[in-house]
Write a protein that binds this ligand. Structure first.
Ligand SMILES: *[C@@H]1O[C@H](CO)[C@@H](O)[C@H](O)[C@H]1NC(C)=O
Ligand SMILES: *[C@@H]1O[C@H](CO)[C@@H](O)[C@H](O)[C@H]1NC(C)=O
Length: 549
């Protein structure tokens, strides 16, 4: 029936004019039923097919592009959210870790040394360094402040060698009017926390403020010294991301002799660096040291810097950290009877101020010198352990004493024996080197007895032995010294009560005691002895009290 009616309608369409499309209706002008009808009845041509396909493809493509845009936008928003989430996660994680580090326990590094707690990492000292006022200024380059970063400083050596290099580099910065950039005392530069040292874990780096307190590591030089205040390496990297680099080789070319003296090196460098105006100046880390390692062992090259260095605030204001002072105070009863309360004396007013207001009474500052000599104390520096190999090596190469152990005013001088050198030596020479570098207990007792006869030794009654020797050997030595008679207290590095942090910097505790002793008996080839002697000379302690094995 449906079909019927359809056919019927069809038939009627053909007969009657369709009411829907009135050709008179202008709106439908082009779409008059006649051509439309014709068009629908046409067989599709090739051109039309191509056109149709093109339109279809264009539509699909359009939709895809639009979808892709939407997709990318969605991804962007998602990524943003993810990043924010990650940052929050990181923050929480860091906070948790920090909390754990500060309050719960030190994190353990992987090691075969599991049964012992890991050494401390000195985080709070590092944070205290970053909190120094010079790291919190509006403009680090105000008033033309300039910086010097000596990237090729010593690392992987003992504190004695590190300190020599540190003092001389800082002196160069001071000489050129630049603020010194100080780094951690660095054993290992790979960014690790711990380093395995002969089967023992040691911190890869220790902030200088755990060892010393001086203009070297950010302390004051004098009033209005903001242009000179040293900065921490991390802050340097922040303010000077692209410093001007100076290579050691370029400056070494300027020396007129192959082995210049310390003062010549200082002046040549100061001259060269003063021509550079840029505030951010770095010595290339991949070139040789400024002050070569041989310099410190050659008195002929080293000592001409003394008149300049000994007057420099770098050494004049050099002192030890509160950590070292506390170890000294806790243990002082072991090696001295001087009272804990050191006498105050009035500090003299600055010359300018006293004339300015001569009639006005000035308040006197109360001064106490924490590095005053300790009367009655004899300090012995005895390197043991693997130092025996080093002493034999020194003998084979006929090495002389360290430069600062060789001031002409000292009663003991090293006289190079005849024969030997260049890798071999005679038996007598070897015996002589060992006697003065790695002496036996009998040789030590004999030497102490000789030194006790000297006028500057008057009043000696206590002994402190700075040593890395094994406890058994140290006890034997103490017994032998006791047998000499005439000693009140006899103590050694092995007797000290120190905490985990002090243990890592114990050599500085020994140095402080050695610097204050009435008489020091050092090892001429040791850089630690030579640093102690340098500070004793800076502080004006009688040269005759610096003795050697
Ligand atoms: C210095 O040592 C501290 C403590 O170990 C460490 O946190 C810091 O990253 C070190 N600084 C540099 C510049 O390596
Ligand atoms: C330090 O600076 C202040 C302020 O600029 C000045 O008043 C004072 O005299 C200066 N002191 C010295 C010793 O130069």
């Amino acid at each position: 029936m449906f079909e019927k009616s359809g056919r019927h309608r069809h038939g009627r369409d053909r007969l009657a004019k369709p009411a829907m499309y009135d050709p008179a209706d202008t709106e439908w002008g082009i779409l008059s039923p006649r051509p439309l009808n014709r068009w629908t009845k046409r067989r599709p041509t090739k051109r039309m097919l191509v056109l149709f396909v093109c339109i279809f493809v264009a539509c699909v493509y359009g939709v895809r592009v639009w979808r892709e845009r939407q997709y990318l936008e969605e991804q962007r928003v998602l990524a943003e959210q993810r990043q924010q989430g990650q940052m929050r996660h990181q923050e929480t994680k860091q906070k948790a870790e920090q909390h754990k580090e500060e309050n719960v326990e030190k994190p353990k590094a992987e090691s075969h040394w599991d049964e012992w707690p890991n050494p401390p990492l000195f985080g709070k000292y590092h944070r205290a360094e970053l909190a120094l006022p010079q790291h919190h200024v509006a403009d680090p380059f105000a008033n033309g402040k300039k910086y010097l970063w000596v990237e090729n400083h010593v690392h992987g050596l003992g504190w004695g060698n590190y300190m020599q290099d540190l003092v001389f580099n800082a002196q160069l910065a001071y000489r050129t009017g630049r603020a010194f950039v100080f780094d951690n005392y660095t054993w290992n530069r790979d960014g690790s926390e711990y380093t395995d040292y002969n089967g023992k874990l040691i911190p890869s780096q220790i902030p200088l403020s755990a060892l010393i307190s001086s203009p070297l590591n950010g302390g004051p030089f004098f009033e209005n010294d903001t242009k000179l205040r040293a900065i921490q390496r991390e802050y340097w990297h922040k303010i000077c991301p692209e410093p001007v680099m100076v290579s050691t080789y370029d400056v070494k070319k300027l020396y007129s002799e192959s082995e210049p003296t310390a003062l010549t090196i200082l002046e040549t460098w100061a001259d060269h660096l003063s021509k550079i105006d840029e505030p951010c100046l770095a010595i290339d880390g991949y070139t040789e040291r400024i002050f070569d390692m041989y310099l410190y062992g050659q008195k002929g090259r080293l000592l001409d810097i003394w008149p300049v260095l000994s007057e420099s605030p770098i050494v004049k204001l050099y002192g030890y950290s509160p950590l070292i002072h506390s170890a000294f105070d806790v243990n002082r009863d072991l090696f001295t009877t001087i009272p804990i309360q050191e006498p105050y004396f009035p500090c003299s007013a600055a010359p300018g101020e006293s004339t300015k207001d001569a009639l006005q009474p000035q308040p006197l500052a109360r001064c106490s010198d924490p590095y005053q000599p300790i009367p009655g104390l004899l300090a012995l520096h005895l390197r043991r352990g693997d130092f025996v190999d080093h002493c034999q090596h020194l003998a084979r190469w006929s090495s002389a004493w360290m430069g600062f152990n060789s001031f002409p005013s000292f009663p003991d001088q090293w006289v190079k024996p005849e024969g030997g050198g260049w890798g071999e030596t005679t038996e007598e020479n070897m015996a002589l080197y060992l006697k003065r570098c790695y002496p036996t207990i009998e040789q030590i007792v004999k030497r102490v007895d000789e030194i006790r006869q000297h006028p500057t030794s008057k009043g000696l009654k206590d002994v402190y032995i700075m040593t890395n020797g094994k406890p058994d050997w140290v006890n034997e030595l103490k017994a032998a010294l006791r047998d000499m008679g005439g000693w009140d207290k006899i103590a050694s590095s092995r007797d000290m009560t120190i905490n985990a942090e002090q243990k890592e910097v114990a050599q500085a505790v020994d140095m402080m005691i050695g610097e204050r002793a009435q008489v020091l008996v050092g090892n001429g080839w040791s850089s630690m002895t030579s640093n102690i002697v340098m500070m004793r000379m800076v502080r004006g302690i009688l040269p005759e009290t610096n003795r050697f094995l």
